[in-house]
Write a new protein. Sequence first.
Length: 428
Amino acid sequence: MVDEIDGVCLPAAVRALRAAGFDPVLRPAPRRSHTAPPPAGAWIPMPGEDAYAVVTVTALAAGATPGTWEQATSSDGASRLPGYRVAFHECPYRTRGHGYASPVADLHTPSAEEVAGQVREWSRWQSTWSVVPTTTPWARRERWMNRLVQSKLTSADIPVAVDLDPLMVALLDRDQEAALRADLDALFTPGIAWRFPRDRTGARLATKTQVLLRECAPPTHPLGKGLWLVADGPAPRAEAALTIRLAQVRGLARPYRWDTHPEFWRTGPGTLDRLWGLGGETTAELAAQVTAMLEAGDAVTALDACGVTLDPRSRRLLSGLPDNFELRRWTDRWVANACEVLSGAAPWTWREAVTPKRRPQRLASLGGFNPSRRPGLFLAHRKGTAHLSFDQSASPLVLARARWQRDHDYDLVRHGKLTVAQIPMPQP
């Protein structure tokens, strides 16, 4: 193993590191090629998953920017200078595309003291990029709730029309058409208008939004589109109105699905406690405490109280820590989005929302990157309970919001904006 080039030796860097308070360990450096023996490296533990700063001796050439250095190549005709390379290695995230031997950052320098300074800077990266988990301030949240209440209280004036395409109806067999007619006879239009998603302001119906009520005919292929009874929202800048129709939709990829909550849209037995997931081990007191913790940004404690397990990456994220060194600049955005997403969650219902032996389903995307590796929070079944993970995936599978979010009415009642008597509920 090479530990010296033209008088520049690795022990000199080790002495500088020890003088700076580090305790490096000598062993072979990571290598991408197995045709040549690895150089000797000084390994210094860093914050993160299997993270180390590794110092090696190498030949340097002048960089493109004055005062900088880069690793000299055999074909480089420029003058060469012996020096050091200090590289940051960490366990790569799943979609990175490169292994551990490819560093996420490095520095070339002829100075052992500059090596120690770079290692000192890297040793503080986690605390430097950590943030305090927070959610929307109460004043802003209250204004949104006030607009939502006014929109809901006037929802009785929203027309709900039925417009079935005969060509779509012809795709159903006799039993499926009979079930469709029964659904139309049992439509609970006050509930549909009351609970249809609102826009970001909370004051108007969400435009270009489709809520899936029930699958009338399954797809011919597991990844195909089924025939669904849906409620379509208004077009942009159009009059507030809803339309019930048939549409060919891939249900597994849609966030607004009410097929598991028929009380939202058709007559029949149902209670608010069932819709809110209360009863049995989930008391109203527990739900209120968990909701308060989520709204305060303390998602980890809230999820632990509901028996939801977290993978290490989601636990770090919800605690305000960076996911890893390479993606540290996304920390602020991801933590804020994750806490905001979970501030409206009902984790006491998640155990019933997930199915064993199914792929994780996306709760929400957190922003960043391209469609082939969208970062997000995913929920799956693991060892009899719900398991939350933070991952990057192009999977189109989405867990319906009605299965993991709190009903807005629960929050409105809890904060005194509505009374239970004002909420329209279907009758048997």
